[in-house]
Design a protein around this ligand. Structure first.
Ligand SMILES: [Zn+2]
Ligand SMILES: [Zn+2]
Length: 153
């Protein structure tokens, strides 16, 4: 007989699968945005409602922050609720600095990927077409990188 916890986990995996970032359930999406700025442990505590994130927990090197924050369509304010005032101010500061000099880095070769690149719809990382062996004429609107395919599919 399987335990309830195990059953729930399997159910959750089945429901989630490999879906685009914006279609993830709200808490998963918030958790994944939080880990662009803080450790996984801190993010878990925050999304479970057991504490607010303070300034000291936040990554302060803009180079270490996920390039997805450069996308102005990304609703970063959605995660404001998980921070205390100083924490949120610190996050905004590091995002602002990153946006002053925006550079997208290919997750594959670590070089500038501002041109000729494609964004993974699950992890929102950018990859050169040539690095991931994708034709520049790809018509599909949704594309997933190999890492995400292996992790979530
Ligand atoms: Zn590359
Ligand atoms: Zn991906």
């Amino acid at each position: 007989m399987k335990s309830i916890g195990e059953h729930m986990l399997r159910l959750r995996k089945k429901v989630l699968g490999l879906v685009p970032f914006e279609k993830l359930d709200v808490l998963t999406r918030h958790f994944e945005m939080l880990i662009w700025f803080v450790d996984k442990d801190v993010a878990s505590i925050a999304v479970s409602g057991n504490g607010f994130i303070s300034e000291t927990a936040i990554e302060n090197n803009p180079n270490n922050i996920h390039c997805a924050v450069l996308d102005s369509n990304l609703a970063i304010d959605d995660i404001k609720r998980y921070f205390d005032n100083d924490g949120w101010a610190a996050l905004k500061q590091v995002v602002d600095i990153k946006r002053i000099n925006p550079t997208w880095i290919c997750k594959c070769c670590n070089e500038d990927s501002s041109n000729n690149s494609i964004c993974c719809n699950r992890c929102l990382e950018w990859f050169h077409f040539k690095c991931v062996n994708v034709k520049t004429t790809l018509k599909k609107k949704i594309w997933f990188c190999r890492i995400c395919k292996e992790t979530y599919d």
